[in-house]
Design a protein. Sequence first.
Length: 293
Amino acid sequence: MDIVITYVNGNDPVWKKDYEKYTNVPVMEKRFRDWGTLKYLLRGVERHMPFIRNVYLVVSHPTQVPDWADTSNLKIVLHKDIIPERFLPTFNCNPIEMHLHRIEGLDEEYLYFNDDMYPVADCRPEDFFRNGKGIIKMYRHYFASGMYKKLCRNSDRLARRACGVPHSCSFVRPQHICSPMLRSVCEELYEKVKPEIEVTSSSRTRTAENLNQYLFLDYMYFNDKIINENISNRHFSVAVASPDKLDAFLRSPSHKLVCINDVHLSERRYEKLHNAILNAFEAKFPEKSRFEK
């Protein structure tokens, strides 16, 4: 089993220059802010997921690779390695996610992590895959309010069409945590709906008409390749989570994984939360992983 992590450092001057050149959209700080926690995600993988074979870090430029990264163990994948050149550069996570299965050498079973998701307690392979199927909870929704839900609805509708499942007034949305993917199924779907994926891939920034990576999970679900069970996780939004609660959870977690979701914050609150999270992670994971120099 492999892990794929997508990562953006919004402070990288090379990335910023491209962003200003190719878009007229202000940088969304909360989407591209680097909290400095990637190393703790990797330390969590090493300590709590020893069954992982390779970890791939997907970035836009070599300048996005952290200085501390040991690239003999952390495998670096550039956007140009997996995404057709005509869609680059992109500042939209959706086209990137549409092409992750094209990473050379990627295992059949792999987990897709955003860089705000962290293993914090011992995991087993059976937490994510069992009998050739991925494990994740699928929720049902009827109203697509906001861009995120619209992307989920778009992906549900196309997945249904691709596998011949009747249209429904509801749509499914996978649990917001790491995604258990089957490479061969992603390849199969990619070929089936390539024109629609190319439309999303042409969007340099996110729009409500895009597809997202749930397209693949939905397709797996409708083809009986998903076991509809929760992955053990806790979700925090920094909009409402207190530094004390985050600190207490990270030092003594009640779940196996955690997602710490970024939102727009005042500079004062950001600094307070940032310091609390870094201190708690450093206390929990004081030793370097093999992914660090």
